[in-house]
Design a protein around this ligand. Sequence first.
Ligand code: GDD
Ligand code: MN
Length: 379
Amino acid sequence: MSQDHTVPAEAVAATEVPEPGAVTIVVPTFNESANIRRLLHQITESVPSRLPCEVVFVDDSTDDTPEVIRAAARDCPFPVTVLHREEPVGGLGGAVVEGMKAAGSDWIVVMDGDCQHPPSLVPELVATGERAGAGLVVASRYLKGGSRAGLAGSYRVAVSRGATWLTKSLFPRRLHGISDPMSGFFAIRRGDVTAEALKPLGYKILLELAVRSRPRTVGEVPFVFQERFAGASKSTAQEGLRFLRHLAGLRTADPLARMVVFGLIGLTGFAPNLAALWAMTEAGLHYLPAEIAANQFGVAWNFLLIEKLLFRDRRRHRHWADRTLRFAVLANADLVLRIPLIALLVGRFGLAVLPATAIALVITFVLRFAGTEALVYLP
Ligand code: GDD
Ligand code: MN
């Protein structure tokens, strides 16, 4: 990241920019040059008279947005900074976290750069947080008085509703009291942001903060999501997939949840395993070698899913060939280990065959999970 796009010194001197204020407004931008003047004008009209502020743009643009911001900043009665990132890690969410690290105020308000979020609400978000002693105040489209007027098309409304429902069901406790966890407009106390613990991935930075930073008390204020002023949304189908990966990463942050997902993925592995077994025995192969070969299909399937969904950000510690080999050895050791273990439970401890098998399955499953955690993917 380069910081060389900050406001030029002569512009700062010319407008007698005041000290950073009570709130830092963080605005992520990606090719928004046609919206900047209007946004800064709206902020100028409604914020500094009620609450001293500074604005930090975190820009990943490929157009002239940084230059447009610097030019427009000369007319602003508050400090404006542009951080232009050469390597846009984490997309929108990554940009917001960079802006939060650069914030000079106790309160940080995050809002979009396309005028869909009314800046007149900024002082109210902060005031609500102060009044309630809250660490996080969300501008919600789903509270009485709020709406998503600017969400173009019934397709986007349906997707938004489905995503909100899914997310709230996955994190019922963490998102308690947050009616709109997908909102991109919120205020958070700087002290409640645990920047080092965050792993932002795409658009849903509020969700990331609510789940990983866990602010103490949460407040909400209704707002009307406006029409975008100029240009089009930067969200793509790829962004939708990134959101699902983000959800998976958040949901499997603790080991117990990881073990459950590991087990569920393991169950789905029965399908390719049985399909391969059927195909090979149909083709005339004896069932014993077919069992062993078919098992490899299940193992490969599980490996792919686990790599994509469960240990995505722990893959870099080992080469992929190394991980594949280790995973395959563990999965097959599981099979080899199970029979002597059952024999031991029956012969030595006098258990019946069925409970012995059930216990052996549980033991080898937990061992395989622990082995995968420690030997295939380092923490
Ligand atoms: N720095 C940076 N990097 N900014 C980005 C990036 C990026 O990769 N992608 C988008 N932005 C900026 C845009 O320039 C804009 O200022 C803001 O982030 C929001 O992007 P939009 O593309 O306009 O998003 P949206 O309108 O589809 O979605 C908004 O509303 C959703 C709720 O319906 C966002 O606020 C979402 O977070 C929110 O969930
Ligand atoms: Mn938008």
